[in-house]
Design a protein around this ligand. Structure first.
Ligand SMILES: Cc1ncc(COP(=O)(O)O)c(C=O)c1O
Length: 357
């Protein structure tokens, strides 16, 4: 079915069934880690210096927090089940300050990032995500990250226990590094952070809310995955206040664009469609694969028209996979509709085949 528009008809359904049995990941709750530091880390006794004023990334010896439960508890009552790696070294406690207060990523959002799903500790589509990280860095005028370094960081945060997590999320962040306090850049060096945390499977269906703000498809950062996500924070809060889990943006032309952290697909006149990249949406990795695997027509149409006339719709993203939209503002939709179900099944089957599509 590659490259052909998916239609809500029997022919497509039969084709999908021919893909064979769908492998579904077991729905189970994630195992939470309550260790103050990972055993491997405390065994070596070497962690990154994670305090303000320290030279970033310089190794620093600390005492073993396991030596006395009481002492460990006083130092850090409960560390979030997260691991983080900064410029080459695992951090003892990712919740403590570690990046310079002058980092341009922190002061003005001058950075790019990736969110990558892991399944039992193995990243999904990491090569595609790293290619997008490079493209985003280039688009922002940042130097290219050394992808061997990034992979090293990924291995470091996954090494200790991630294999026991059904799914998890890697967050790779690459910023301009220390700089003056204004918009002008300093000389770097750039900051590279890889963080990991287990997550839960997203629900199979959800509600979305159209927000009054628009995506600027002509903006300098359109289509780049930058760390300047404050617009998304406001939009998502707006949607959540109205009972949604995702906000949907139109662009300045009034056409459907994307969600705060997802791309949108819909069925109109029996055809699966999604906005073009020219609409200003992020070139989502999940979107790219759904277009390839399920065949969707890329077309730009007014959001109001899509919301009124679509017979079904769904969100796609790294953490949602294919997620049916059951309610879009005041409109109820079948969730999952037949095409959405076919795409979800195809997604599960293809993801089970390879972790590097
Ligand atoms: C703005 C935006 N659009 C779309 C997506 C979906 O992209 P992906 O499928 O690569 O997760 C994301 C991911 O976080 C996003 O931030």
């Amino acid at each position: 079915m590659t490259g052909r528009p998916l239609r809500a008809d029997n022919e497509t359904r039969t084709r999908d069934l021919n893909l064979g049995k769908v492998a579904l990941y077991q729905l189970s709750y994630v195992r939470l880690h309550f260790l103050a530091v990972s055993p491997a880390l405390s065994a070596s006794g070497t962690v990154a210096h994670a305090r303000l004023g320290a030279k970033i990334g310089s190794p620093h010896r600390v005492s073993d927090p396991r030596r006395s439960p009481g002492q460990a508890a006083r130092r850090s009552p409960r560390v979030a089940p997260m691991r983080a790696w900064l410029n080459g070294t695992l951090l003892a406690d990712p919740t403590e300050g570690a990046v310079a207060v002058t980092d341009h990523g922190f002061t003005v959002g001058d950075g790019v990032f990736e969110a990558v799903k892991t399944v039992a500790g193995t990243p999904f589509a990491l090569t595609r995500h790293l290619a997008r990280l490079e493209r985003s860095a280039k688009g922002l005028g940042l130097p290219a990250p050394d992808l061997d370094d990034v992979r090293h960081g990924v291995s470091a945060v996954l090494a200790d226990g991630a294999a026991g997590d059904p799914i998890g999320r890697l967050r790779i962040t690459w910023t301009a590094g220390p700089a003056p306090m204004g918009s002008g850049r300093g000389g770097g060096p750039a900051t590279l952070v890889v963080a990991y945390s287990p997550i839960e499977h997203a629900p199979r269906e959800t509600s979305v809310v159209t927000v009054p703000w628009t995506r600027n498809e002509n903006g300098a950062t359109a289509g780049l995955k930058t760390t300047s996500y404050a617009e998304n924070v406001i939009a998502l809060a707006h949607a959540q206040e109205r009972g949604g889990t995702e906000a949907v943006f139109a662009n300045t032309a009034g056409n459907l664009c994307e969600g705060t952290g997802s791309n949108v697909f819909y069925v109109l006149d029996g055809e699966l469609r999604t906005p073009t990249l020219a609409a200003g949406c992020l070139a989502g990795i999940t979107r790219e694969l759904v277009v390839e695997w399920c065949g969707a027509r890329e077309v730009d149409e007014p959001l109001a028209e899509v919301r009124k006339r679509a017979s079904e719709a769904f969100l796609v993203s790294t953490t949602r996979d294919v997620q049916a939209i059951a309610r879009w503002d005041d409109r109820e939709l079948p969730a999952p509709g037949p095409v959405t179900q076919q795409c979800a099944d195809t997604w599960a089957a293809r993801e089970a085949e390879t972790m590097e599509p």
